[in-house]
Design a protein around this ligand. Structure first.
Ligand SMILES: Nc1nc2c(c(=O)[nH]1)N[C@H]1C(S)=C(S)[C@@H](COP(=O)(O)O)O[C@H]1N2
Ligand SMILES: [Mo]
Length: 228
């Protein structure tokens, strides 16, 4: 059973310099190429979105705080405008139907990484279990490092969205968001929260950590929606 410790530790040690310089880049429009693929990536022969560079390693990006969430303390809540709020332990989460997906990652800082193989639980399955109320339109995520981000509910419920616990057959490492992170491959990777603990369904949109610091509210890499 889940306990009552639903407090999300507040980020006391965020690397302010890093946050400030990313915010300044957003203000200046750095990294923008001016090319876009208006028909979307799948309508073209392109696999690499505009302005991106392919990497084969896997960079680590976060606010400089990597929470160490003990598996028995981890909780996932799906709540807000739902008829059946979920509050899951890691064992309960791992007992749900499992999915495996392979997809490409596109980070707003211009690296892309192809063919990432994830194992986890389908976001749509979780949404169906929680039964959204009719007025639910947006999703707000909160993580154990205090990070937040937001997407439309329709985007979260897409086929290829996963709550991943493993990568390439091994448990997701702490630096990449273990025990569980969200993977939303059709948007820039800042929309994929690591160390996720709360998923809230909302009537109105609620911009997250980077969205209120100059990043685009939606973040389609094919339209180069880096900054908003
Ligand atoms: N909880 C949390 N999730 C986060 C972040 C963060 O700071 N905290 N950073 C985002 C950003 S900007 C990116 S690019 C990716 C990086 O994921 P990675 O370190 O696994 O490559 O995580 C995203 N999810
Ligand atoms: Mo990022």
């Amino acid at each position: 059973m889940a306990d009552e410790s639903d407090d999300v530790p507040v980020t006391g040690k965020v690397r302010e310099k890093l946050v400030e310089s990313k915010q300044a880049w957003a203000r200046e429009g750095r990294l923008l190429t001016g090319q876009t693929y208006p028909l979307g990536g799948t309508a073209t022969r392109e696999r690499l979105p505009p302005g991106q560079t392919l990497v084969t390693d896997w960079p680590v990006l976060d606010l400089g705080v990597q929470p160490d969430v003990a598996p028995d303390r981890w909780r996932l809540r799906l709540e807000g405008l739902v008829q059946a709020p979920l509050r899951l332990t890691l064992d309960e989460f791992m007992a749900l139907p499992q999915a495996e997906l392979v997809n490409d990652i596109h980070c707003v800082t211009q690296w892309s990484r192809y063919d990432n193989r994830w194992q986890g639980v389908s976001a749509r399955h979780l949404v169906e279990l929680a039964r959204p109320k009719e007025e639910a339109r947006f999703v707000s995520f909160t993580s154990y490092d205090g990070y937040t981000t937001n997407v439309p509910l329709a985007d979260f419920a897409r086929d290829e969205v996963l709550l991943a616990h493993s990568w390439e057959g091994r448990p997701l490492t702490r630096q990449h968001g273990g025990p569980v992170r969200v993977v939303i491959p059709h948007l820039y990777f800042w929309k994929s929260p690591k160390w996720v603990t709360r998923i809230e369904l909302l009537r109105d949109d609620r911009p997250g950590f980077w969205e209120v610091r100059g990043y685009h509210n939606y973040g389609d890499p094919w339209l180069e929606e880096r900054y908003g």
